[in-house]
Design a protein around this ligand. Structure first.
Ligand code: GDP
Ligand code: MG
Length: 162
């Protein structure tokens, strides 16, 4: 069985940057524009002890209309397909209502998920992650996807479950 890991979270938190780190491809569009990846995008990663499939998603805010609603739908489908979910949040933005809504959704669906605090480069790690324990998790990962920091250690822990 090849584990399937979905990357979900609000637009602009760094999902596609992490996808590119994991797959070492430049296929997923990464840009300052939020929500460029509108559909689910699949890649294969060989970063850890065993191969896995990673799904990039366009982003979900819990309050969408039009094209954003379609992006959100893709995120929900990716969650259903996944064996594990990496729920990405932005250390620079802090916790917000959309993050809380997504955490509630994941719990309702009984999905095992990991909170991943991205963009910790240049920040005090303990301060940066502190907020996010309010999502009700016992542990979380702190990474800087743009620099690869913390990514391998995170993947090793997630894969250890399979
Ligand atoms: P997505 O919408 O969740 O897919 O987010 P993107 O991967 O497109 O990234 C959104 C923005 O955040 C881009 O400008 C990235 O360069 C930036 N970004 C992503 N990861 C990091 C990081 O680890 N540190 C910093 N400082 N910026 C990051
Ligand atoms: Mg993206």
């Amino acid at each position: 069985m090849i584990p399937v890991i979905a990357l979900v979270g609000r637009p602009n938190v760094g999902k596609s940057t992490l996808f590119n780190q994991l797959t070492r491809s430049r296929d997923a569009l990464v840009a300052n524009l939020s929500g460029l990846t509108r559909d689910r995008k699949y890649g294969e990663s060989r970063l850890g002890a065993r191969p896995f499939v990673v799904i990039d998603t366009g982003g979900i805010t819990g309050d969408e209309m039009g094209i954003e609603a379609q992006m959100a739908e893709q995120s929900l489908l990716a969650i259903e397909e996944a064996d594990a979910v990496l729920f990405i949040v932005d250390a620079r933005e802090g916790l917000n209502g959309a993050d809380e809504a997504l955490a509630r959704h994941l719990r309702q669906r009984n999905k095992s998920f990991y909170v991943v605090v991205n963009k910790i480069d240049g920040l005090n790690e303990e301060v940066a992650v502190g907020d996010f324990y309010a999502l009700g998790v016992e542990s979380l990962f702190a990474i800087a996807a743009a620099h690869g920091r913390g990514v391998r250690a995170m993947i090793d822990q997630v894969l250890a479950r399979f």
